[in-house]
Design a protein around this ligand. Sequence first.
Ligand SMILES: [Mg+2]
Length: 195
Amino acid sequence: MSKEVLACDVDEVIFPLLDHFLEDFNATNGTDITTGHFKTYDFDGPLGLSVSETVEKIYDFLRADHSHIELLEGVEDATGRLSSNYELEIVTARHPDFEVSTWRYLQEKLPNRFRGIKLIGYAAIMEKPVTKAAVCLELGAVALIDDSVGHLNECVDVGVEGVLFGDYAWNQSEKLQPEITRCFNWPSVAEHFNV
Ligand SMILES: [Mg+2]
């Protein structure tokens, strides 16, 4: 029997983007912005920049070499165990231009975990925006592991289960749909999928 497919986000689930992005941004701009300022995952508000300026800053960050940046805790072990029972597919909102560098980083840090990668880009600036939910359907994924409630709500609407990863300022929610389970860390994601 073929394995079920699990879709998995990159930023803030595997890779701690915002922490490292802010470290660089604060050092360059003399600011003191923290992750706690991000009540949503839209960067323009807390950074005080326009959307296009913000996108440029994020792209500059993504163009840099990240091989020295460590994965979030527990991801190595949990994805190792998950990948023996499931096909893992990366589904990220990074721009498709970053496919090669993102895949290279993942292969270097987490070899043989993921079958493939889909990059949808940031909807507000894409000519033809695609949702993570649509990609999950295309992949036949049974669940998406993501730190964004918005992406997960769209998944639930099309019958894909959601795992809300982490305890972040931007992903607090009074009430989650019953098809969404919050997992604060990777060991609890592994436990959720019984691996
Ligand atoms: Mg994310």
